[in-house]
Ligand binder design. Structure first.
Ligand code: HEC
Ligand code: HEC
Length: 281
């Protein structure tokens, strides 16, 4: 081998190592509102704020990950829980930005609201460099959410029937306490045990807190978890009925819980229990 060809071989070797070691598609961008995010700037921020949990390779194996449950997200799979897009599709840049801004209640994922919108957009651009899916697939089209129907007892009772019929109770429990018959058997896509949401724990969900967020949660599903999408089996107006019923499972005072409590006091004997042998109304 001549000196020159050794040098070329060496240089090619380095290039291969460099490509294998660096995130795919390093020119990734993001668009959040009218901000354009830059992956290069995002990388610096990631190293400072995110690497300890999500890891240098973005695979969720940061040095703190061993202490954390649920585990930090593995960005190489590009499977995300909080999406406006149908199950199985990539989220929009805005979805990722909202998740980073909001943080994940009841987990170690903090809210990154103190960062500027530009910094978050840069981080979103950088996160997308960890999976080749962003180079070959487009984000899904956000689901359409029709305007909310009025809250009344018919809507809540119908929502209650759906909670029974769609078997939400099997995981979430008849009273929504996260203790249904299947609850203790569930695992996520990484084979880690996962618990269904307990509706009595608070006002916030991982993917938001409004009635619209609630609608979006069960119509898109939380990908990577046993929480499925019901978009193919629940019609839009029926979905609002279910939202109204779910609000009565929380301990908050909501318009829904006020209507429900009044009805439940006056019609205690008419209310059938939810569960294996019940009609749900
Ligand atoms: C202390 C640990 C920790 C740090 C630091 C952290 N995260 Fe997370 N992150 C998590 C955990 C844990 C989850 C998974 C929560 C779950 O699955 O319920 C998560 C999930 C996510 C998700 C997934 C959103 C979805 O819809 O699935 C994104 C995006 C994310 N983090 C971005 C970031 C960014 C950007 C930073 C740095 C600015 C960061 N995280 C810093 C622990 C952390
Ligand atoms: C096979 C079990 C299973 C069934 C059936 C199921 N869920 Fe879930 N659900 C889960 C799990 C597990 C989680 C927790 C996911 C997480 O924390 O990442 C969850 C979470 C949720 C959340 C909270 C999401 C968040 O952002 O924190 C809502 C709301 C919800 N489910 C509603 C429903 C409704 C409504 C139905 C029925 C139409 C239903 N679920 C059926 C397993 C299930």
């Amino acid at each position: 081998m001549t000196k020159k060809s050794i040098l070329v071989t060496f240089a090619l070797g380095m290039a291969t190592v460099f490509i294998a070691d660096s995130p795919v598609n390093s020119a990734q961008e993001s668009h959040v509102g009218n901000l354009a995010g830059n992956a290069g700037s995002g990388k610096q921020l990631y190293r400072r704020f995110c690497i300890g949990c999500h890891g240098p390779q973005g695979d969720g194996n940061g040095e703190n990950a061993q202490w954390i449950d649920p585990k930090p997200r593995d960005f190489t799979a590009a499977t995300f829980k909080c999406r406006s897009t149908p199950t199985g599709t990539l989220p929009t840049d805005e979805d990722l930005d909202h998740a980073v801004q909001r943080g994940f209640v009841t987990t170690n994922m903090p809210s990154w609201n103190p960062l500027t919108p530009q910094q978050r957009a840069d981080l979103v651009a950088f996160i997308k460099t960890f999976s080749p899916r962003w180079g070959t697939e487009k984000p899904g089209t956000p689901i359409n959410i029709p305007s909310e129907i009025p809250v009344n007892i018919d809507s809540i009772l119908h929502g209650r029937e759906l909670f029974q019929k769609m078997e939400c109770w099997k995981c979430h429990g008849p009273e929504g306490h996260g203790d249904g018959p299947s609850a203790s058997t569930l695992t996520d896509s990484k084979d880690n045990p996962i618990r269904p949401y307990n509706f009595s724990t608070g006002s916030r969900f991982k993917c938001g807190e409004t009635n619209q967020d609630l609608y979006r949660i069960f119509m898109t599903g939380l990908d990577g978890t046993p929480m499925p999408s019901f978009a193919d089996v629940i019609k839009p107006n029926d979905a609002w009925d279910l939202v109204h019923f779910l609000r009565t499972l929380q301990t908050l005072r909501t318009p829904e819980s006020t209507v429900w409590k009044k009805y439940a006091t006056e019609h205690a004997r008419d209310i059938k229990p939810i569960g294996p042998n019940a009609g749900g109304q």
